[in-house]
Design a protein around this ligand. Structure first.
Ligand SMILES: Cc1cc2nc3c(=O)[nH]c(=O)nc-3n(C[C@H](O)[C@H](O)[C@H](O)COP(=O)(O)OP(=O)(O)OC[C@H]3O[C@@H](n4cnc5c(N)ncnc54)[C@H](O)[C@@H]3O)c2cc1C
Length: 338
């Protein structure tokens, strides 16, 4: 029997698979990464030569909000299960020279085991889904009479990832899909390099996160020890996009400038014992489509993710995937198209 395939195991893909499952549709969920999570990425520190070995650090999204009603209900449930934790509503604000003050906003959430564990947990709750990681989907082909993934016939496909990655998979004769891909392809994607710095001890003032304004090197510093709730002296700084773009081929080259900026902003002289740089070529879309997702009018093929939503955020990516899953379920139930 032809399969329904969700390609992309980030938060939008897992949300899409869950929505299809909830309506009784079995799904195959593919991700090319070794692990699920996409940009909700966490890694375990190893071989740093410090007591922070074993610490799980968030190297993609820093935190998330839960303001949309449906997402809020999910997050309340995950808080109840101990997967998610309310982190803080207050971050510091700094200039290049140092900390200026604090700013309060909506509650930001985190996960005790790292943000990736949320996607993993949601995937573990899928009832009728084969989850396959380290599996590149291969090309999707939409020809006159058939929808195929890697040459195999399928009855529906949801492509849940940044649009430049989606575009690489799609070869289509559908004018609506071509127009949707053209529109999202024109969206510029901002790169980020996330720099993890492990110190011997925390010599900085107490903070959860710092927005660094108008600095030529970094835009943000997260206190990962606060985020994880274990006080580990681990910081994550995000490199300013223009500088990041210049170092995407060799991200570690940005370490001296980034670590210097962290020390300058925090007013500390200690150097980290271990540091690493993670590149995100497609970190955030600079604009997003006003539509929450795309579903081709004539083919059971949809696109979701944070370029199809109200801003590049975890909660909007989740909503995009969730709504696409519901729309695909409607299609499959009415049998409107092949
Ligand atoms: C450095 C950084 C900081 C951020 N900070 C925040 C923040 O503080 N708060 C917030 O709300 N959001 C933040 N975001 C944005 C947030 O992470 C994203 O909006 C959200 O995670 C997007 O989820 P997604 O499922 O749409 O895409 P992704 O998480 O990118 O998932 C796409 C998945 O598709 C897979 N894939 C791609 N190509 C293929 C293929 N050919 N075959 C199979 N699988 C494939 C990828 O491996 C990936 O797992 C940040 C992002 C970054 C990078």
């Amino acid at each position: 029997m032809p399969r329904t395939i969700v390609i992309g195991g980030g938060i939008s893909g897992v949300a899409c698979a869950a929505a299809l499952n909830d309506r009784g549709h079995s799904v195959t969920l593919l991700d090319k990464g070794r692990v699920l999570g996409g940009r909700m990425a966490s890694r375990r520190i190893r071989d740093s030569g410090t007591p922070s070995d074993g610490h799980v650090v968030d190297i993609g999204a820093s935190y998330f909000t839960a303001q949309h009603e449906r997402f809020r209900l999910l997050i309340e449930r995950l808080v109840g299960l101990g997967v998610v934790r309310a982190w803080t509503d207050t971050f510091h604000v700094a200039s290049s020279e140092g900390i200026l003050g604090v700013k309060t906003g909506p509650m930001r959430y985190t996960a005790n085991s790292g943000l990736r564990s949320i996607v993993e947990h949601l995937a573990s709750e899928l009832r009728d889904t084969a989850v396959m990681s380290a599996r590149d989907s291969g090309p999707i082909s939409v020809e006159e009479s058939a929808l195929t993934v890697n040459g195999e016939g399928v009855n529906a496909v949801a492509v849940c990832m940044p649009s430049p990655q989606a575009r690489q998979l799609l070869n289509s004769t559908s004018p609506a899909l071509a127009a949707a891909l053209d529109a999202t392809h024109e969206v510029a994607w901002e790169p980020v390099i996330a720099v993890t710095a492990v110190f011997d001890e925390a010599t900085w003032c107490e903070f959860d996160g710092i927005f660094v304004n108008d600095d030529p090197v970094i835009t943000w510093i997260a206190n990962d020890g606060s985020r994880r709730g274990n006080g580990a002296p681990v910081l994550v700084a995000h490199v300013q996009p223009v500088l990041a773009a210049r170092h995407l081929t060799e991200p570690s080259q940005v370490l001296p400038a980034a670590l210097g900026a962290v020390k300058r902003v925090l007013g500390i002289s200690e150097h980290p014992s271990w540091a690493d740089a993670k590149r995100w070529t497609y970190a955030k879309p600079l604009t997003a489509s006003p539509q929450p997702f795309f579903l081709d009018p004539g083919i059971n093929l949809g696109l979701a993710g944070d370029a199809w939503s109200d801003g590049p955020r975890v909660e909007t990516a989740w909503l995009s995937g969730h709504l696409l899953g519901e729309a695909l379920a409607d299609r499959l139930e009415t049998g409107a198209t092949r």
